[in-house]
Design a protein around this ligand. Structure first.
Ligand SMILES: Cc1cc2nc3c(=O)[nH]c(=O)nc-3n(C[C@H](O)[C@H](O)[C@H](O)COP(=O)(O)OP(=O)(O)OC[C@H]3O[C@@H](n4cnc5c(N)ncnc54)[C@H](O)[C@@H]3O)c2cc1C
Length: 391
């Protein structure tokens, strides 16, 4: 089966967001469309991590219409996962809407990225919630498990803000995390309310998932997912061997083609990155060098899956290395505060933290300087009212 994968990465303004949103609704009306994959950042503009609740309610407003349309047209809707900063909003909006009376029986999906250690806690949370929902309404959900496609973007964001990037640092850890998620998810105790999409072009991990599913009596729980045009011979082989494969076809109109570029760059990256399976796949054959390298990577991922650290990297203490560097006379700027951190959001919800009558000091080497020239920080949304002063 081929599935539309609506292209359109993070958009600039609300007008563009509305346009994409309306396009999604009209694609869902096409008779041949029974399954669709959507990113929250493509339907709502300017999502703000600091305003978590506001972001959830703005996405919910649009997604509610998509879910209603899904029920009318009998279309399955899957929420893609893009950036780390959207993780919690995506999960919260997904749970919020599927708990609403109109959607309490809706079968819908979400994605988790194995390159984020945080996905393990997110998985546990989704399972506990899906179990309660199933007990109440009999409904089920789907989780597509991917490794994660935005590594370069996450690394850049981390570097610019002085944070540890959210994903694991090595492919070994990502592979181990992927194997761990697959191993946890394929389980006869949860199969009644959870379908697993194993989305990968790596035949070792696909075969692992299928073998586990077979051994554990969970064949119906697992769907293998691939992207059109990336590994077509593999897709055909998987279909022949395991019966079916969900093949996502990216779609965009001619005039929107620039929206496809980010998607194509990610795919180019996937085909060319040094350690990736697809790069090896051009020459792979049983027993040759590429095969042995990829087989070793796979076996290592299974061993390491039992011990891979699942603590959040982004939430880890961020400043250790900065402070150590400072002691050695290496200057680093102070890291920005992390707007995805619920503890920090709690602090800024109490506006005094930022606004109040604060006089913000200059801090050099831990020492505060308050008696320099003062200027006022103004709030343009409130007739230029003074919110704080700074040195
Ligand atoms: C049907 C489908 C749907 C998808 N949907 C999404 C989605 O919603 N969101 C999303 O983010 N991705 C999505 N992807 C892409 C996916 O996350 C992977 O990027 C892609 O499938 C490659 O993983 P693999 O298992 O096929 O290949 P492999 O070659 O085994 O793994 C490649 C992956 O390993 C990781 N990696 C590679 N090198 C390093 C390194 N040096 N350090 C750390 N990690 C490294 C990266 O995550 C890279 O993508 C989707 C893929 C498919 C097939």
């Amino acid at each position: 089966m081929s599935i539309p994968y609506t292209l359109g990465c993070t958009i600039g303004g609300e007008e563009e967001a509305n346009k994409r949103f309306n396009e999604i609704l009209s694609v869902m009306e096409l008779e041949e469309v029974t399954y669709i994959s959507v990113k929250i950042s493509a339907i709502v503009s300017q999502l703000q991590e600091a305003d978590h609740d506001g972001s959830v309610s703005r996405v919910a407003e649009k997604l509610r219409k998509i879910y209603s349309k899904a029920q009318e047209e009998n279309v399955f809707v899957n929420l893609d996962m893009e950036e780390y900063r959207d993780l919690q909003v995506t999960i919260d909006v997904f749970k919020k809407l599927l708990d609403e009376e109109s959607f309490e029986k809706l079968y819908a999906g979400i994605v988790l990225q194995a390159y984020l250690p945080d996905s393990h806690a997110a998985f546990e949370d989704l399972i506990a919630w899906a179990k309660r929902r199933h007990e109440k309404t009999g409904a089920k959900i789907k989780i597509r498990i991917v490794k994660g496609a935005n590594l370069a973007m996450e690394k850049t964001e981390g570097e610019l803000n002085g944070w540890k990037a959210a994903p694991y640092e090595s492919k070994e850890e990502v592979d181990a995390s992927y194997a761990r998620l697959i191993n946890t998810a394929i389980d006869s105790k949860i199969k009644d309310f959870l379908t697993i999409g194993v989305a990968s072009h790596n035949l070792f991990h696909i075969a692992f998932a299928q073998t586990l599913a077979q051994m554990r009596g969970c064949k119906e729980q697992v769907e293998i997912e691939m992207l059109e045009g990336m590994a077509n011979p593999e897709a055909l082989a998987v279909k022949e061997r395991f019966g079916s494969v969900l093949l996502y076809s990216p779609v965009t109109s001619d005039e929107e083609f620039p929206a496809a570029v980010a998607y194509l760059v990610r795919r180019l990256d996937e085909n060319t990155s040094e350690e990736n399976y697809l790069r090896a796949s051009f020459d792979i054959a049983p027993g040759n060098k590429q095969f042995n390298q990829q087989a070793k990577r796979f076996i290592d991922s299974i061993h390491m899956s039992h011990v891979v650290n699942t603590d959040s990297r982004r939430r880890a203490v961020q400043n250790d290395t900065r402070e150590n560097a400072f002691k050695e006379n290496i200057f680093n700027n102070q890291a920005n505060k992390d707007l995805t951190d619920p503890k920090f959001i709690e602090l800024i919800k109490n506006k005094e933290y930022v606004f109040g009558k604060t006089l913000i000091p200059v801090v050099v080497s831990g020492r505060e300087y308050l008696n320099l020239e003062h200027k006022n920080g103004l709030e343009p949304g409130k007739n230029g009212q003074t919110l704080y002063s700074y040195n």
